[in-house]
Design a protein around this ligand. Structure first.
Ligand SMILES: *Cc1c(COP(=O)(O)O)cnc(C)c1O
Length: 414
């Protein structure tokens, strides 16, 4: 399949490995477990090391199985290149490690994945100042910019309260100011939304979540969309400026972030994720429609105090979400009315499983303040809009009728 036809999202993923020809006509890219790569000619080894010809050297910096997945993610995001990491946090950590220095300033959405929030607290102690803003309005981002701002960081749909960042306007602002715009696309995935379309320079995906999709492998990725002009970035070392400027960012991240920090994706995990990704579009269609049905059921129930899901007309960013995303995703959260014990409610569910992952095929449910946001404490939780009774649901691909029945029965017991 070497024609240049513009195939759709799923066709492209399914047939991408074959573009480069696979060993023995295998239909899947095989799992390469070798740590080292040998060359018949020692000069060739040297020239691979010096970046003068392509090739693999040592597993920490990549291998053929991981490269095949990187290619797939690049296609999904329509970028110029991707680097995979052991986890989503490995990918986000590499951005900071490779691109930021003491004295730099970052503007970040205040509505963040808990561990990203924790990481930002750490970088503050390392001399990188982070301003947390309500990124649902570009004006807050603009007001927080300083001459030292290097990066603006947002998530598409925030986990767990589902606030949607003012993605397009923030992109315009970053482009006008020459600031690197980093978008964590985990909640939407490249099937629902391509951050490149709103001017993002780097895209984070926690492959662990919907892209892998089966809760059986950890992984993360960073994709360079080609939108950002790395000539504008002040901290690119001369060493990484050998190729065209479009490659500078990833060259530095692969060396300073992946190679030196070592959060390398395992080849077995890369294989699981690549297989999972083949059905990403199908799963996102199903989880989105299940999530909308569940959100509507919860919203109509008198025992429920609030429901947060961008697909509901009552969601503050419902309109903008409809313009930006193909559908509204698999994540929702809700609060039960005062006096209803959320643990008793969770224990009555038979299908939804109390567990902390998301983007799995199975519906997972978690009381946020008592678990994933526990370490943060009540003050910071309140500033992020996390009520003590908030319950997050990562909606799976179960049959809709079974899923709704499960919640109906559990609510009836309240
Ligand atoms: C889970 C998640 C991450 C981190 O991914 P891991 O693979 O668990 O390290 C980052 N961002 C978002 C939005 C996530 O949901």
């Amino acid at each position: 399949m070497n024609d240049k036809k513009n195939y759709g999202f799923t066709t492209t993923i399914l047939h991408n490995d074959r573009q480069k020809g696979i060993e023995h006509g295998s239909l899947h890219k095989p799992i390469h477990t070798s740590v080292a790569f040998g060359y018949g000619d020692a000069r060739q080894l040297a020239s691979v090391f010096q970046g003068k010809e392509p090739g693999f050297r040592y597993g920490r910096q990549g291998n053929p199985t991981i490269s095949a997945l990187e290619d797939k993610v690049t296609k999904m995001e329509q970028g110029v290149g991707t680097i995979c990491f052991a986890t989503g946090m490995g990918a986000i950590g590499a951005v900071f490690q490779a691109l930021l220095r003491a004295g730099d300033h970052v503007v970040s959405s205040a509505f963040l994945f808990g561990n990203t929030n924790s990481l930002w607290q750490t970088t503050a102690g390392q001399g990188v100042d982070v301003a947390f803003v309500d990124a649902t309005d570009v004006a807050n981002v603009e007001a927080a910019l300083t001459p030292a701002t290097r990066i603006v960081f947002v998530e598409t749909i925030a986990n767990p309260r589902t606030q949607v960042a003012d993605l397009k306007r923030i992109g315009e602002l970053c482009q006008a100011r020459g600031i690197l715009y980093v978008v964590d696309n985990t909640m939407t995935t490249p099937y629902l939304f391509r951050p490149k379309d709103v001017g993002a320079g780097l895209v984070v995906n926690a492959l662990t979540k919907s892209i892998g999709g089966h809760g059986n492998a950890l992984g993360g990725s960073l994709t360079d969309t080609g939108v950002y002009d790395w000539n504008q970035y002040p901290h690119i070392y001369e060493n990484y400026k050998k190729a065209a400027p479009a490659q500078w960012g990833l060259a530095q991240i692969r060396a300073k972030g992946l190679r030196d920090f070592g959060a390398s994706l395992a080849p077995e995990a890369a294989h699981h994720i690549a297989v999972g990704a083949e059905t990403l579009a199908l799963r996102m269609e199903r989880t989105s429609s299940n999530a909308l049905a569940l959100a509507r059921l919860l919203e109509a129930d008198e025992r429920v105090a609030a429901v947060y899901y961008p697909g509901l007309a009552t969601h503050p960013q419902h309109g903008i979400s409809g313009e930006l995303f193909r559908s509204y995703g698999s994540l929702l959260s809700f609060e039960l009315k005062d006096g209803i014990d959320c643990f008793d409610f969770l224990n009555r569910l038979k299908l939804a499983i109390p567990a902390s992952n998301l983007g799995d095929t199975r519906t997972l449910i978690i009381p946020v303040a008592h678990t994933i946001f526990y370490e943060m404490g009540p003050v910071r939780r309140a500033s992020m809009g996390i009520a003590e009774s908030l319950i997050r649901v990562s909606v799976g691909i179960e049959d809709e009728v079974d899923l709704l029945d499960d919640f109906r029965a559990a609510l009836a017991g309240c």
